[in-house]
Ligand binder design. Structure first.
Ligand SMILES: [Zn+2]
Length: 316
């Protein structure tokens, strides 16, 4: 049934994942993880954070065209991250160059540590795709509007990411944050685990406190766009993307509206894909630096077996 061709395996696994409901998985976790309550709460928070278009559209598109295909290694890391199971490229117990533990799930490397600039690269990949989407819909997008804010303040390293001069209702400045919805180092109650965008809202508030007043003094509007590493997104951020990616608000049954909807979902998929692919690639790059090259010819069979194992695990 399973082809040894990487693409067929990706097709099979993405279909299985799409058919696998979050609530079913959480019910299984509660049954299986009986002792380590913190691990259970963090896993529940993680699965609750796998909702919305940006968290799932990469699965609907993968693998289709070249733009929507992972390498085998990236795909394996993306699946492991989504299922919150140990990332297979890690050597257990290894430490990051920042001296902290990597942990088994790759969370440290992509959401807490910016030792080698991974967080910037993930952020910039998503920002680049968002900017492309805006330009596709005729928005005049300018990147990095630092000149607006505290031009004389050398301590001001945080620059809002984009300015769009022809936004409906007037000029807007948007700052993007990619944030992990789970804090791996702090304890999490069951209530907090069931409120998955808690940390994203907090991050959004921080950005607003930092920038809104100053931006508004220039006559523009300021908004934070906060996307979780799982693809979870705050309501206000989703509204921004709906405008930016041309979501149709007209009659949903006309041909024009159907066409617009297709284009809108195409761009959401591009953003979703850019996020997951860059996270996977950053995890791989860092593990190669930390653990040495795990991906030589000797480990090729091991990789395939692990993918099939994931599928078997899910089919139970
Ligand atoms: Zn680190």
């Amino acid at each position: 049934m399973l082809s040894h061709d990487g693409k067929s395996l990706q097709s099979t696994l993405t279909l299985a994942l799409r058919n696998y409901s979050t609530s079913h998985y959480i019910a299984l976790l509660i049954e299986v993880i009986t002792i380590d309550k913190q691990l259970l709460h963090k896993k529940i928070a993680h699965f609750n954070a796998l909702v919305g278009d940006l968290s799932s559209q990469w699965l609907s598109r993968c693998p289709t065209t070249e733009d929507f295909t992972f390498t085998t290694e990236q795909f394996q890391v993306s699946l492991s991250s989504r299922l919150m199971i140990p990332v297979p490229s890690f050597v257990s117990g290894s430490k990051c160059p920042c001296k902290k533990e990597n942990g088994p799930f790759g969370i440290h490397l992509t959401s807490r540590c910016n030792k080698d600039g991974s967080l910037h690269r993930i952020h910039d990949a998503v920002l680049g795709t968002i900017s492309q989407a805006g330009k596709h819909f005729g928005y005049k997008v300018e990147l990095e509007v630092n000149q607006l804010l505290n031009a004389n303040d050398s301590n001001n390293h945080k620059r809002p990411d984009i300015k769009i001069t022809n936004w409906p209702g007037g000029e807007i400045v948007i700052d993007l944050a990619i944030s992990n919805p789970i804090s791996i180092s702090t304890d999490l109650s069951l209530n907090a685990a069931n409120d998955p965008d808690r940390l994203l809202r907090k991050r959004s508030q921080q950005k607003i406190s930092k920038n809104r007043q100053q931006v508004e003094a220039t006559g523009a509007r300021f908004e934070a766009l906060v996307i979780g590493t799982t693809g979870l997104i705050t309501d206000s951020s989703m509204k921004l993307l709906e405008v930016l990616c041309g979501k149709s608000s007209g009659n949903i049954n006309t041909n024009k509206a159907r066409f617009q909807r297709t284009i809108y979902h195409y761009w959401l998929s591009r953003i979703s894909f850019a996020l997951q692919k860059t996270i996977a690639s950053e995890i791989l790059e860092k593990t190669v630096k930390i653990n040495g090259d795990q991906y030589n010819s000797q480990s090729a069979n091991y990789r395939l077996v692990t993918n099939i194992d994931i599928l078997r695990e899910m089919a139970r």
